[in-house]
Design a binder for this molecule. Structure first.
Ligand code: C2O
Ligand code: CU
Length: 632
């Protein structure tokens, strides 16, 4: 079955996602981009017209496996050439299974420039719909927003020596592309102790940050002002109380309101495409039942809040309480989204869950406070509660590890490379070639060099001390640091275990969480451990490793001072990225590339037949493409 074809113009737009107008990348004139809804098994066709005058573009379909269509994965220099300004590229791929996904730019830091949207794949046979029947779906795409253009951010990250400029904390958290810079809809005095809502590093001064809202000059879009003014009086759906309103529901930065009926169960889909922030989501007065992670059903469990890292998605069931007998005023409740994992300097995002019949007022009471930002133990406990849903055939257990099988250990470090700060995996920092790998395999001329063909290192020295920064290591224990485009080659059908190993950054005891995302596959999250992993010992330890019902996911978190073990089957030929989903980290080289099943005459011929010529019209394959299939 084919879903309708989507035609998208990717273009620069002026938009005010947090009430301050900026240049962004939008699709068909809006931000976020249009939501794609399809049924499992559908082919999704998206015709992308690049209307950006000065840069190429690609779109990645995050969570879609791209079975038989590795060229449609939308990763610049990996699966295709960036689409040039003025050019068109057609993505056509199968929605391989139901789930909560999203799409985003995957070239430079275009995702952080606003190039993203939701991708929801429905399934009529979804067991969720049969068991705890849900009355409706609500969808929440989370992101964080910086006022500094991504081009400046990228240059800052690339500068040498002491000129390096970190991107800092975002100015605003966005929920479905909407936020309120410098203020929040509710009273959040209790949110982050010691950090007032206006204390932030926006480079524009504290006053500027506090002085926001309709009609005070910060709303620069004429249309915005108009809407604000028109709605200010009586018919504004939601009126902001306090010093920085009113915000109208209808504006670009207006509050997000979810309308629900009392006494029903809803499926709330939550996905995060933040540039940096790890988030925690809560709904005032409601428990959440987690049922899906990254498009895979999990054994349901109840929580007060969920943690969500960039690249992850969840579905939670939310039951609205029945209208109280005799009470005539149904309520509305706060949905709050706050930063965890880093000292929060960004006010929480707030939205409203509004029961039918309740008035336009904002919910009563304080929005629920974000849990202590540095409580990693709580985050780990949440991650460990996820187990594959039993009994629906959705999630097979991981295969046995006898026979063809290998383990790749990946040490995550931050190091200096020729005066530049970079992230490295086993001392190799990823830089992409100027010929897309997939094209190089499909159209490559034997003997011609397209990228560094030395296999990427799959281990690090046993004497490396993960509790010490790289510069304090015994030099003999550190592989020479390189910036390279080398890949891991995987044989078709190989069962691969990864161990992501965290380590100190360039300062003693400074260490971060990293959400690692794999393209083209789901992996089983086998387990998490503390300290340094000894694969031979720890991967057999049943108290650490779950091979019975581990969850299948496409993103998993590497927590500070520990390791994360994953397994996948290399059954999807293509060239796939595996990287930290934090945008500036990827930009600083935090990723690896797998060339999977790129072997055998037949498979390469098949690729050559399937990879669209436009996907390889750059770098060293441009000429090969013309020679192979001349213009008609
Ligand atoms: Cu959503 Cu390569 O990422
Ligand atoms: Cu990272």
């Amino acid at each position: 079955p084919a879903a309708p074809q989507h035609v998208w113009n990717v273009e620069y737009i002026l938009w005010a996602p947090d009430c301050k107008q900026h240049g962004m990348i939008g699709i068909n004139g809006t931000f976020p981009g249009p939501t794609i809804t399809a049924n499992a098994g559908d082919f999704i066709t998206v015709v992308v017209n690049n209307k950006l005058h000065t840069e190429g573009v690609v779109i990645h379909w995050h969570g879609i496996k791209q079975i038989d269509t590795p060229w449609a994965d939308g990763t610049a220099w990996i699966s295709q050439c960036p689409i040039n300004p003025g050019d068109t590229f057609t993505y056509k791929f199968k929605a391989d299974k139901a789930g909560t996904f999203f799409y985003h730019g995957h070239f430079g830091m275009q995702r952080a420039a606003g190039l993203y949207g939701s991708l929801i794949v429905l399934d009529g046979d979804d067991p969720l719909k049969k068991e705890p029947m849900y009355a409706g779906e609500l969808s929440m795409l989370l992101s964080d927003w910086y006022h500094e253009p991504v081009y400046a951010q990228a240059v800052g990250l690339e500068r040498k020596d002491d000129h390096f400029q970190w991107i800092g904390e975002p100015q605003t958290l966005l929920l479905n592309g909407k936020g309120q810079f410098g203020c929040t809809l509710g009273d959040v005095g209790n949110f982050h102790k010691g950090i007032t809502k206006c204390d932030r590093n926006d480079g524009e001064g504290v006053e500027a940050a506090c002085d926001q809202g309709c009609g005070d000059g910060e709303m620069e879009l004429e249309a915005e002002k108009k809407v604000c003014e028109d709605e200010k009086a009586a018919n504004c759906s939601v009126i902001r109380r306090g010093e920085c309103g009113p915000f109208c529901r209808e504006t670009q930065c207006g509050p997000v309101v979810f309308d629900v009926k009392p006494g029903k169960t809803y499926r709330l889909r939550i996905a995060s495409t933040t540039s940096l922030s790890a988030l925690n989501v809560q709904v005032q007065g409601h428990k959440l039942t987690v049922v899906e992670a990254d498009g895979n059903l999990v054994e349901p469990f109840d929580v007060d809040s969920i943690d969500i890292y960039s690249g992850e998605s969840y579905s939670v069931l939310l039951s609205t309480t029945a209208a109280k007998q005799g009470s005539s005023s149904p309520a509305s409740y706060w949905i709050s989204v706050g930063v965890i994992g880093r000292t929060p300097r960004t006010p929480p995002a707030l939205a409203v869950l509004r029961y039918t019949g309740s008035g336009p007022e904002l919910p009563a009471g304080e929005p629920p406070a974000t849990p202590t930002w540095d409580n990693v133990t709580r985050s780990k406990e949440f991650a460990k509660r996820l187990k594959a849903r039993e009994g629906h055939g959705y999630q097979p257990p991981p295969p046995e590890t006898k026979g063809a099988h290998r383990t790749i250990v990946m040490l995550n470090t931050q190091e200096l490379f020729d005066g530049r700060i970079k992230w490295a995996i086993n001392n190799v920092s990823l830089s992409l070639p100027d010929t897309p790998y997939l094209g190089a395999y499909a159209y490559g001329i034997p003997g011609q060099v397209y990228f560094n063909t030395t296999p990427a290192p799959g281990a690090f020295d046993s004497k490396y001390d993960v509790e010490k920064p790289p510069q304090e290591q015994d030099p003999a224990a550190v592989l020479p640091a390189t910036v390279s485009d080398q890949v891991h080659s995987l044989k078709h059908g190989e069962v691969v275990d990864f161990v992501l190993q965290n380590a100190d950054m360039r300062k003693d005891n400074v260490i971060e969480s990293h959400p690692w995302h794999l393209h083209g596959h789901d992996f089983w999250v086998l387990g998490y451990g503390e300290g340094r992993c000894d694969p031979v010992r720890d991967l057999k330890n049943e108290t650490l490793i779950n091979t019975v019902n581990p969850p299948l996911r496409n993103t998993a978190v590497l927590f500070p001072h520990g390791w994360t073990a994953l397994r996948f089957v290399a059954d999807n030929p293509g060239v796939w990225a595996f990287h930290c989903h934090i945008e500036p980290h990827l930009h600083m080289g935090m990723g690896v590339v797998f060339a999977e099943g790129m072997e055998g005459k037949e498979r390469l011929q098949e690729l050559r037949d399937n990879v669209p010529r436009e996907a390889i019209m750059c770098g060293k394959t441009a000429l090969a493409a013309m020679a192979a299939r001349p213009l008609a």
